[in-house]
Design a protein around this ligand. Structure first.
Ligand code: SF4
Ligand code: SF4
Length: 282
């Protein structure tokens, strides 16, 4: 069973919830697919047992010895990535137009290392995760690799919890393709509702079983009502409503899942939500 935790944008509490759920689930394989802002693994102390270079895309490289400085490559580049016969690797999209136009065959596209993919061994299982190189973007290919890598360690675990990327882009699609269920974490703000609608539309398009959790539901009861009606109207499953709780910030600062704080009302609500999810997915 693969459960992906998603949100319409960063900062809604997605990783806080994914970390707590994976503690409650116990025998669980963790995959951190939020590759651009990877922090799921920060909740755990572990040892990297595998590290693999990931080459995500190609970048143009100019051979100075062959270049006659005709400027044709600079003219054709739609990404403004070539100046004075030098390629700005952050701007280069690897489209190959400069390679085709160069009369001296002085430009080649070479694979660029975009990330390291790790398997980190924890006290209770492993986490599959990545660390991006500066300036690299998380790609669907990297997310697919992390999911494949993690599944090699699937043993007695009944559940895979994936911390997905926020938004509706390529890496989110790679996180949810072929999964069994999605938990969308939303919050009652105007932009939160818009973001929720977009992610729900994506999940519907992929025909995924979709559950929703309203985080900090009590910061704006009016918008929470709107979210509840939207969930009912789209026949989604509202599995949890988590109150605002200062302990959550404390738990993030101390990198300890919030369910371990005895007086935490958010932790209590996440425990209740886990019972609901368990009843649905198992
Ligand atoms: S098109 Fe080729 S030869 Fe002309 S400036 Fe660019 S790299 Fe140099
Ligand atoms: S590969 Fe494309 S984006 Fe990169 S420098 Fe050449 S023309 Fe520009």
């Amino acid at each position: 069973m693969e459960l992906v935790v998603l949100s319409g944008k960063g900062g809604t509490g997605k990783t806080t919830i994914a970390a707590s759920l994976s503690e409650l689930a116990k025998d669980v394989l963790r995959i951190d697919c939020d590759v651009d802002a990877s922090n799921f693994y920060l909740y755990y102390e572990g040892t990297d047992i595998e590290a693999e270079e990931f080459y995500g895309g190609k970048k143009a490289v100019i051979d100075e010895e062959k270049c006659i400085k005709c400027g044709k490559c600079e003219e054709i580049c739609k990404f403004d990535a070539i100046h004075s016969c030098e390629v700005d690797t952050f701007a280069c999209e690897g489209c190959g137009a400069c390679v085709l136009i160069c009369p001296e065959k002085a430009i080649a596209l070479i694979e660029e290392k975009a990330a390291y993919a790790f398997i980190t061994e924890l006290d209770n299982g492993v986490i599959s995760r990545a660390e991006m190189e500066i300036g690299s973007d998380g790609s669907g290919k990297l997310v697919a690799l992390l999911r494949k890598n993690g599944k090699r360690f699937l043993n007695k675990e009944r559940l895979i919890i994936i911390d997905g990327s926020p938004g509706i882009g390529c890496s989110v699609i790679a996180s949810i393709t072929g999964c069994d269920a999605v938990l969308i974490v939303t919050e009652p703000t105007v932009s939160g509702v818009e973001d929720l609608m977009r992610v729900v539309a994506l999940c519907e398009r992929f025909g995924l079983y979709t559950m929703v959790c309203i985080n900090k539901y009590d910061i704006n009861e009016e918008i929470t009502k709107t979210i509840r009606s939207f969930i009912a109207q789209r026949q989604l499953k509202l599995v949890g409503e988590i109150p605002y709780d200062d302990t959550v910030m404390k738990s993030i600062n101390e990198l300890r899942p919030v369910i371990y704080y005895e007086d935490s009302i958010a932790g209590e609500a996440i425990r209740d939500m886990w019972l609901n999810i368990k009843n649905i997915i198992f």
